[in-house]
Design a protein around this ligand. Structure first.
Ligand SMILES: Cc1cc2nc3c(=O)[nH]c(=O)nc-3n(C[C@H](O)[C@H](O)[C@H](O)COP(=O)(O)O)c2cc1C
Length: 338
């Protein structure tokens, strides 16, 4: 079975591929209840602008799949849902389609999603092993993307049997890629981004950072399962999503919160910690596999719960939510002192 199909099959079950002990630490963010909000739920405004695009709610369906026949229906269905609800959508790694142009159509969604924030995807490490810089523009024009997410996934590559583990020169390549002028989002895949790394990324000129922190899907567990390896040493590796937000926000570029985002309340807490939007992959894959009703129900429940969270802290819009009072407890408080 192909690697991509293996990933889809394994990731369908969050119990198998999720972090087991480590959490996002969003549970350590306590929003302060307001018993006297001067807001109507109907008037709560969840809209925002990200990378020049209007979003009805600050939610992104994150990169899921690529380069297999099954991807076409999945990408079309998820992108159409994103268009319906006015949220963002990212395709999975476009590497296969850059190598084999026939696969391009499995990623193309602009016919069903003309207006969404659409994000392309390539692994940064691929540029150290021969991928040409022109691939970035090719990936963007292949799907009509507004930005390209460059995934940084060193621990995932290290555990993957066929992984690419030579990271020499990736920072230099990143600088060259950014100079092409296509908006670049630096994105992890579930191990988070530290402040030190965020500063380097910003210095290189990225337009946004997607923390993709620990607490949701564990990509090392996915690879351990694929290779039937009993060793699970790095199964819990990574910076929890909320901790990564504390490290990366406020540095001057928009930050996307992802990795274990599982509700509209998680989205609200992410905004309070300084994120511009929040995204998820696994929940949308599970909902897609259950059918269209489940997908619509998932997205509408996240938007409804985000609105409720905003109302009960007294925030009419996202800038007000970002300024709301909150308390950090537990392990996240330790991270806050770093
Ligand atoms: C089946 C599947 C395939 C994925 N493929 C990619 C990919 O091609 N590129 C990428 O940047 N991230 C990929 N991811 C990672 C997600 O975009 C996300 O960063 C990660 O799963 C953490 O989010 P989650 O906890 O909501 O799943 C994939 C995730 C899943 C579940």
């Amino acid at each position: 079975m192909s690697r991509k199909l293996d990933h889809l099959r394994l990731c369908a079950d969050p119990k198998k591929v999720g972090f087991r002990e480590k959490t996002t630490l969003l549970e350590d963010v306590e929003l302060i209840h307001n018993a006297l909000p001067q807001v109507s739920l109907d008037d709560v405004d969840t809209s925002c602008k990200l990378l020049g695009k209007h979003l009805a709610a600050p939610i992104i369906i994150e990169a899921i799949t690529r380069g297999i026949p099954q991807a076409e229906k999945l990408n079309q269905t998820l992108a159409a849902a994103a268009e319906r609800y006015g949220i963002g959508f990212g395709v999975g790694s476009q590497r296969k389609a850059l190598e084999n142009k026939k696969l391009a159509k499995t990623y193309q969604v602009r016919d069903v999603a003309p207006d969404i924030l659409l994000i392309g995807n390539i692994g940064l490490v691929q540029f150290s092993s021969g991928m040409k810089l022109s691939a970035v523009a090719d990936a963007a024009s292949m799907i009509g993307a507004d930005a390209i997410a460059l995934h940084l996934n060193p621990v995932h590559e290290a555990i993957q049997p066929e992984g690419d583990t030579n990271f020499y020169g990736t920072y230099g390549k990143l600088r060259e890629i950014v100079s092409l002028g296509i908006p670049i989002i630096a994105k992890e895949v579930g191990s988070g981004i530290s402040r030190k790394t965020a500063r380097m990324l910003i210095e290189a000129g990225v337009s946004a950072i997607d923390v993709a922190g620990a607490g949701g899907t564990s990509w090392t567990r996915v690879e351990y399962l694929r290779s039937k390896d009993t060793d699970q040493t790095f199964g819990e590796w990574g910076i929890p999503t909320a901790a990564s937000l504390l490290q990366c926000t406020g540095l001057g570029v928009p930050v996307i919160s992802s990795g274990g985002i599982r509700s509209g309340l998680d989205v609200a807490k992410s905004i309070v910690l300084g994120a511009s939007a929040a995204g998820a992959a696994q929940p949308f894959l599970s909902a897609y596999l259950k059918g269209p009703k489940a997908l619509n129900a998932l997205i509408s429940s996240w938007i409804r719960d985000l609105k409720i969270a905003m109302m009960v802290v007294g925030a009419k819009n996202l800038p007000e939510l970002a300024k709301t009072e909150y308390l950090l407890t537990g392990k996240l408080k330790d991270w806050a002192s770093l």
